[in-house]
Design a protein around this ligand. Structure first.
Ligand SMILES: NC(=O)c1ccc[n+]([C@@H]2O[C@H](COP(=O)([O-])OP(=O)(O)OC[C@H]3O[C@@H](n4cnc5c(N)ncnc54)[C@H](OP(=O)(O)O)[C@@H]3O)[C@@H](O)[C@H]2O)c1
Length: 302
């Protein structure tokens, strides 16, 4: 049996618990891995709360992105062998000592990339990469990132800066130095944010990446020169109502490998600010569920 962390019913954190489950055999297109690290994301608690549907068989192991060592390769999988160090999207939950990855959304981990860093690439960093590619803004243009200090925002700011964009981002004042370390201009969110955005970017901005949604998005959209240059990862309905769109995920094994190569080269930092052992998974989730985690939160699994 292997230790895992999941939820036994849809609801709040009280439905979470440690579970023992048998080691899983990889099916077609899957890799069985010994997990070394897992990224913690808002989607984990959104799934547990039933905000994304209630179709899962319970109990359900939490976590979407993991890194680890391949133990077994499923039928029809090419390019991976037992012993490979890999990362990718899980098919069976990431918060566990052993799990399955979908080989089609996994890549080899370069030697210079830690298991902790690799565990952040397939959901959080890849989402940032997809969003910046989707916006397609060229060098010299301006981008406003709502919620810049979190996992997706930290990566998006760096990717946008590397493309020559000027980046503004909303965060609390405690995050000011952090946002500036990403090469971006911090704008405090909350009352008066519309005026502060106008003051920071008097001519408006060429794109908005929304990672917050709702009123935060409504308060910022006036600054956007062209409403079609709005992409949201957080609020499909409000983005569409305002003339923008929800993100289209287009991550491939090739884009994952390219992101890992950037991390190995020191050109992209997932900014892991909190690491917890699997035994403290509930604390890691609580930090992310607070909505105020900075950068990435990772579970380390030995
Ligand atoms: N569809 C997809 O494929 C996909 C993939 C990844 C993520 N997402 C979604 O994208 C969103 C962001 O994900 P994430 O991983 O970056 O989240 P996260 O790391 O949990 O974001 C936390 C950050 O949000 C900031 N924040 C909270 N309220 C804010 C506000 N009103 N204005 C500005 N910043 C605010 C906090 O800053 P302070 O501490 O300074 O308050 C904190 O640094 C989530 O809704 C997530 O579910 C979607």
């Amino acid at each position: 049996m292997v230790k895992a962390f999941g939820f036994v019913d849809y609801g709040g954190p009280e439905t979470q618990d440690f579970l023992d489950r048998p080691a899983l055999e990889p099916g077609p297109g899957q890799l069985a891995i010994a997990v070394r690290a897992a990224g913690v994301n808002p989607v984990d608690w959104k799934i547990r709360r039933g905000l994304l549907g209630r179709r899962r068989e319970l109990p359900s192991v939490m976590g979407q992105e993991a890194s680890g060592v391949v133990r077994q390769v499923g039928p029809g999988v090419a390019g991976f062998t037992p012993g490979d160090e890999v990362f990718g999207i899980t098919a069976a939950g990431a918060f566990a000592e052993q799990t399955l990855l979908s080989a089609g959304s996994s890549a080899l981990k370069p030697e210079g990339v830690g298991f902790d860093q690799a565990a952040t690439l397939s959901v959080s960093v890849a989402t940032a990469d997809d969003a910046i590619r989707d916006l397609g803004l060229g060098a010299g243009r301006t981008l406003l990132i709502l919620g810049i200090a979190g996992g997706v925002g930290s990566a998006a700011a760096q990717i946008a800066r590397s493309r020559g964009l000027t980046v503004f981002g909303t965060a609390s004042d405690t995050g000011r130095a952090y946002v500036e370390s990403l090469g971006a201009v911090q704008i405090r969110y909350g009352d008066g944010v519309a005026e502060r955005i106008t003051a920071a970017a008097p001519g408006g901005v060429d794109g908005i990446l929304d990672l917050v949604g709702g009123d935060a998005l409504r308060a910022a959209v006036h600054a956007l020169k062209d409403r079609t240059e709005l992409v949201s990862t957080a609020d499909q309905a409000t983005a569409a109502e305002l003339g923008g769109r929800y993100i289209t995920r287009s991550t491939t094994p090739e884009t994952l490998a390219a992101l890992a190569a950037l991390v190995a080269a020191g050109e992209l930092d997932p900014h892991i600010t909190a690491r917890y052992p699997l035994a403290h998974a509930a604390e890691a989730l609580a930090l992310v569920e607070s909505g105020h985690a900075r950068g990435k939160v990772v579970l380390e699994v030995s």
